[in-house]
Ligand binder design. Structure first.
Ligand code: C5P
Length: 312
C-alpha cells in the first residue's frame, strides 16, 4: 500500500426543494420523493493516518456553527463511514478525522450526512492500494446508502431526485445559480421526531398518506432557471410537523416572505428555514430583514447548485 499523508474533502449542505412524504413502510422509513439541491455551505473533513480511529470536530474558520451536539465517538456518522470503508478494503480503521463544520448542526441541511460522505471519499483515497481495485463511485454510493438516506446525495451534489427512502438518485437538469438565504435556529430538531409528528398529524386529521409524486412545475422551473416559478413550487410535507414541534418557525418564514423572498420553507426536517431570492441583491435584502426581525440564530447566504463531496 502506498502512503498518503492526509486527504481533505469539501462537502456541501442540502436543501430539499420538494419533500413529498408517503406512507410509513415496514422498515420504519417513509417512501419519499425528495428533490435535493446542494448549496454553498461547506463542511471540510481531513483524514490522516493515526494509531486508532479518532474524531475532532471544530467550527470552520469564520463560522459560528454550534458544534456542542456533535458526537465525537462512534455516534458520529463519519466514524461509521471510516469503519465501513476499512472493512470493505480489509484494513484497520486507523484514521484521524478532523471535521470543520460550517453546516448547521441538526438543522435539516444534512450536515451529519455530508460529513459521512466526505469521510467515505477521504478514507477511500487514504487507503487506496494501487495493487487492488479502488472503490468506484458506485461503491461509495452504496456504502453511503447504508449509512443514511441523505448520504448518497452528499456524494453526488448538484440537484437530484431521490426516491425510495431518498437514497435512489437521478440527477436533475437545473440551471443556476439560485440565490438562497438560510435562517438557523437555536437547538436542533430530531429527524425521527419530525417524521413521527408528520404521521401523528395525518392520523389525527384522518388523512391517509398520499403516494409521493414529483412536481412537474418544480422540474420545469429548475430546467429553465426560473427562480419565481421555483419559489412558487417549493414544497415540504414535513413543514407542518416541524412547525407543530417548533411554532416559532412560523414567524421566521413570515419575516422572509414579507422581505420579498420568492419562496420560503422549512429545510428538510428543520429547524433551519430556507428562502429563495431572485438575485444576489434580493438575497442581501432578505438576509438584512431576517437579521433585523431577530427571528434567526444566524442568517447565512448561499447559492446552488454546487458539486458534491470533492477532494481538495
Ligand atoms: O436515513 P437516516 O438515518 O438519515 O434517517 C433518519 C431517520 O429519519 C430515520 O430513522 C427515520 O425515522 C426518518 N426517515 C424516514 N423516512 C425516510 C428517511 C428518514 O422516516 N425516507
Amino acid at each position: 500500500m502506498h502512503v498518503t499523508s492526509a486527504v481533505s474533502v469539501r462537502v456541501p449542505a442540502k436543501v430539499n426543494l420538494q419533500l413529498a412524504v408517503g406512507p410509513l413502510r415496514g422498515d420504519g422509513y417513509h417512501d419519499l420523493v425528495n428533490v435535493f439541491h446542494a448549496v454553498s455551505l461547506f463542511d471540510e473533513v481531513t483524514a490522516a493516518p493515526a494509531d486508532r480511529l479518532e474524531i475532532t470536530v471544530r467550527a470552520a474558520p469564520r463560522s459560528r456553527v454550534d458544534i456542542g451536539g456533535v458526537p465525537v465517538g462512534d455516534g458520529n456518522l463519519a466514524a461509521r463511514a471510516a469503519r465501513l470503508v476499512a472493512a470493505r478494503l480489509g484494513v484497520e480503521p486507523h484514521v484521524s478525522l478532523l471535521i470543520r463544520k460550517a453546516i448547521p448542526v441538526a438543522g435539516g441541511m444534512a450536515g451529519g450526512s455530508a460529513d459521512a460522505a466526505a469521510a467515505l471519499v477521504a478514507c477511500a483515497r487514504l487507503w487506496d492500494d494501487r495493487d487492488a481495485p479502488a472503490l468506484t463511485r458506485d461503491d461509495l454510493l452504496a456504502l453511503g446508502a447504508e449509512l443514511g438516506s441523505d448520504v448518497p446525495f452528499a456524494l453526488l451534489g448538484g440537484t437530484a431526485v431521490g426516491v425510495g427512502r431518498g437514497e435512489r438518485l437521478t440527477p436533475a437538469l437545473a440551471r443556476g445559480p439560485f440565490h438562497w438565504v438560510f435562517a438557523t435556529a437555536d437547538g436542533g430538531l430530531s429527524t425521527p421526531a419530525v417524521y413521527g409528528e408528520c404521521d401523528r398529524l395525518r392520523d389525527a386529521a384522518g388523512e391517509p398518506a398520499p403516494d409521493p409524486a414529483v412536481s412537474d412545475a418544480l422540474m420545469a422551473a429548475l430546467a429553465t432557471g426560473d427562480a419565481k416559478a421555483l419559489g412558487a413550487a417549493l414544497a415540504n410535507d414535513l413543514q407542518p410537523a416541524a412547525l407543530s414541534l417548533r411554532p416559532s418557525l412560523a414567524r421566521t418564514l413570515a419575516a422572509g416572505r414579507d422581505a420579498g423572498a420568492l419562496g420560503a420553507l422549512v429545510s428538510g426536517s428543520g429547524p433551519t428555514c430556507a428562502f429563495l431570492a431572485g438575485s444576489g441583491e434580493d438575497a442581501d435584502d432578505v438576509a438584512a430583514a431576517l437579521d433585523a426581525a431577530d427571528v434567526a440564530a444566524q442568517v447565512l447566504r448561499a447559492t446552488g447548485p454546487v458539486p458534491g463531496a470533492t477532494p481538495l
